[in-house]
Design a protein around this ligand. Structure first.
Ligand code: AGP
Length: 604
């Protein structure tokens, strides 16, 4: 979604801002802009195209040592230059970049209009510089505080005053903002990856705090504008980790990192024959759990479904998986002893964050599985287990999903071991399998040529079916999401058993259908289902770990290595990710930055 970068220092601000905005591109945007300040004048440049074209437009721009940059993901008003940030007050005195949504903007706009302020855009943001102007009595920080007191909704803001050539003010509420410090320079960013090239020393802003970046120095203030100290942390992510490193696309790089991701995630928590997590939850806490709720969005929610399968099978504790945007508004039924598990790659997903606040308010115990350290979810959760995927840049999540399912598998085994709910031999076998799983993942990746060939066959399709039963259906959901989000081919995941209740009506000559089966118990049922759709013309790709199948039941086959049925999704999802990738490449589309999508969904 929207991204912010700000700079005050000795360098050419435009260069720093463009480098930062390029790092924020992965979040998804449809317009961008920068503002610098020199000779008491704001220079604002905007583009409704990519950052490269903004950079081109800035070639002859005056050099300045201070500025703000923004990538906009349109919410209020179309993706036009007029609506792109930065936005200035009517009198051109204050300039603002904003992430989030100002929910009471219409009321504020009317009030400001009555006071003579003129508006030029359709955005909610434009009220902010004008409000600051309204409240300004010679103290920028105080005016920002008074303006934000009037705002409802979510925001991260970077603000400049035309009369203060060395100052940026930043503040946030329910939208991330970090501050970075270098040698006589300081930075503001919505995501630390934007400034990692220049500094790894970062402090994370809390809601309703203020920061003033001035002449290479940084000060922080609480909501009463009293100075407050804040810690700076050294981030362990390196700028190189967020580069393509020779791969054509981030998604390809990240799928190739599936192997290392599985190895790192398993080795972090499974040592010898013990699984250990650094949790404040005790054995007694877990013993009391009557139901587990898993709450997440998109791919992370699909990882949660995989968790439901393995947790229920190993512990017999019922697991309810919910989409965060539904959970937050349904007054969920949660018993005081229940456990809620949140899953998020970015740690910033607005709906998931809101659900955590809800659960915290009710004093329910919860645990968060997060990939990005120092993200909002990481900081607001007492119990966190980290997925070890490293930075994921492509909008389509691949290695983070694999890390999430590995981690939830480990958690299920840990819980079953702790509560003694599963056969010891099975637990031992599962742990043994997990230790060597990365080798099998690599085997699937080594077979990617088959996926590439198949992708060519279906690249022209308008609908693709993904079919499975049980946990294979959960993987089908993820495969289907991956295809639709980057290739724009409509796809649908259906349980095999549900076909006859409706979806089979859509099967016609040459409809591509991807069938997944890793269950011994369900194989004969799946074979019958496949025959039914083949009889109606479907062309079936079968993804399975069963050997020596009669070739009349499929048109194409991709075999994955054998593993325990509970862990099979770690392997079966890999060809599905590869197929989505190669279809998109075949169609010549932007793999890493699909239209309309954002990497971290920081507004609801
Ligand atoms: C993944 O391919 C998707 N782009 C998306 O569904 C994503 O998984 C979802 O937005 C949740 O994000 P999170 O894991 O960062 O919370």
């Amino acid at each position: 979604m929207c991204g912010i970068v700000g700079y005050v220092g000795e360098k050419n601000a435009n260069e720093v801002l463009i480098a930062g905005l390029k790092k924020l591109e992965y979040r998804g945007y449809d317009s961008c802009g920068v503002v610098t300040l020199s000779d008491k004048h704001f220079d604002i440049t905007k583009s409704t195209s990519r950052i490269d074209s903004l950079e081109e437009n800035l070639k002859d721009a005056p050099k300045s040592k201070i500025g703000l940059g923004h990538t906009r993901w349109a919410t209020h008003g179309g993706a036009t230059e007029n609506n792109a940030h930065p936005h200035v007050s009517s009198n051109k005195k204050f300039v603002v970049v904003h992430n989030g949504i100002i929910e009471n903007y219409a009321k504020l706009r009317e009030m400001l209009k009555k006071k003579g302020y003129k508006f030029y855009s359709d955005t909610d943001t434009e009220v902010v510089p004008n409000l600051i102007d309204l409240y300004y009595k010679g103290d920028l920080l105080k005016a920002v505080k008074d303006a934000t007191d009037a705002l409802e909704g979510s925001f991260a803001l970077g603000i400049m005053d035309v009369n203060e050539p060395d100052t940026i003010v930043g503040t946030k509420r329910n939208s991330p903002l970090v501050v970075g410090v270098g040698d006589k320079e300081c930075f503001l960013a919505s995501d630390f990856s934007a400034i990692l090239k220049y500094t790894d020393k970062i402090s994370v802003m809390e809601n309703d705090e203020f920061t003033v970046l001035k002449n290479g120095g940084i000060s922080f203030y609480n909501n009463e504008l009293k100075p407050c100290g804040k810690d700076f942390k050294i981030m362990d992510t390196k700028d190189e980790d967020t580069e393509k490193n020779g791969y054509e696309h981030f998604m390809l790089k990240e799928m190739n990192e599936n192997t290392l991701t599985v190895k790192n995630t398993v080795e972090a928590y499974l040592k010898d024959d013990e699984i250990e997590f650094d949790l404040k939850l005790t054995k007694e806490d877990f013993e009391k759990v009557r139901q587990i709720h898993i709450v997440a969005c998109g791919t992370a929610m699909h990882a949660g479904l995989n968790g439901k399968n393995i947790i229920e099978r190993l512990t017999r504790i019922p697991v309810n998986v919910e989409v965060a945007s539904e959970f937050r508004y349904k007054d969920p039924i949660i018993h005081e002893d229940d456990l809620v598990i949140f899953i998020s790659q970015s740690g910033e997903t607005a709906d998931t964050v809101a659900c955590i606040e809800l659960v915290k308010e009710r004093k329910i115990k919860f645990l968060s599985l997060v990939n990005v350290r120092e993200s909002t979810i990481d900081r607001i959760s007492e119990n966190v287990i980290y997925t070890k995927a490293g930075p994921e840049i492509a909008v389509a999540s691949t290695k983070a999903y694999i890390a999430q399912i590995c981690l939830i598998d480990l958690f299920a085994i840990y819980l079953a071991k702790l509560l003694k709910t599963a056969d010891k031999k099975l637990i031992k076998e599962l742990m043994h399998e997990m230790k060597t799983m990365h080798v099998k993942v690599q085997e699937v990746l080594d077979n990617s040529e088959k996926c590439k060939e198949y992708a060519k066959e279906i690249a022209g399709a308008s609908d693709v079916f993904y079919l499975g039963r049980g946990v294979d259906y959960y993987v089908a959901l993820e495969g289907s999401l991956k295809l639709k989000e980057i290739s724009y081919i409509h796809s649908e995941a259906t349980q095999f058993g549900e076909l006859k209740h409706g979806p089979i009506a859509l099967i016609e000559e040459d409809t591509p259908a991807i069938a997944i089966c890793t269950s011994k118990r369900l194989m004969s049922k799946v074979v019958s289902n496949i025959k039914e759709i083949k009889a109606r013309g479907a062309k079936v790709l079968f993804i399975t770990n069963h050997k020596n199948l009669h070739d009349e039941i499929y048109d194409e086959i991709i075999e994955v290595p054998v593993t325990d049925e509970l862990l099979a999704p770690i392997l079966t999802v890999v060809p599905l990710q590869l197929i989505a990738y190669y279809v998109t490449v075949e169609k010549g589309l932007d793999v890493d930055k699909p239209r309309n999508l954002a990497k971290s969904v920081t507004v609801e």
